[in-house]
Design a binder for this molecule. Sequence first.
Ligand SMILES: [Fe+2]
Length: 269
Amino acid sequence: MAIGIEDFCEDIVGKAMRGTGTSDTDLAALAGVDIESIQLLRRGGGHAVTVRAVAAPLGLHPEKLVDVFNRAWHPEERAVDGLFMVNTAFSDMFVNAYLIWDTASQEGALFDTGADASELISKAKQEKITIAHVFLTHTHLDHIADLDRAKAEYSNATVHVGSRELFPGAEPVEHGDVFAIGALTVSARLTWGHAEGGITYVVDGLDSLIAVVGDAMFAGSMGGGKVSYEDALRTNREEILSLPDDTILCPGHGPLTTVGEEKAHNPFF
Ligand SMILES: [Fe+2]
């Protein structure tokens, strides 16, 4: 399944402007370009020279941002035994959810439900995977939209959510909590800023280390810092980009990526 990059240059610039409280007028002055060029860039047009000029005032990496503007990069396609991704339509966008399982014991867990969990459920049935856990990265509606179906299918499964976004019927997850899925371990890291209680789940035991990051990070971008832009950047650096370079990142939107690719290509870092 080839999934396109989630954010274009104008999306990244918009997120950085909102995050830093920079207006079109501010940015034009800081970058030394006219406001029309800024507005054109914000609509998806413009020129690489403007892109390079606005990057530094917004704390973005100029060359990486120009590469995004030129659509010069896409993460490598990847497949890992024990990792199954679905991409479902929610309103006018697409959202990812994941099934991850221990291929020896066939014990597994869902990570978010997306708009429609039925593909995850069919895959688990087809592979005879038992599901005892549903781990939620955060509670924005697109990621948990089909939780009722997952709960009905797996009535004995425990639903886990960050303690700062707890809701009835779910168990609180704290930073540092560790869970088991068969021989796999799942460690929780608090990656908040996009969401109040966003959790990244680091799964160890498959051929690659995997981190299910929700909207904390996207291939070449990140979820908007709706709660705190600064803490989103900081926790992404501390808790995600500190993982080994070959760690596979499973974002809530857009394609799979790796820590190494994000260090090399993500304009926010
Ligand atoms: Fe979100």
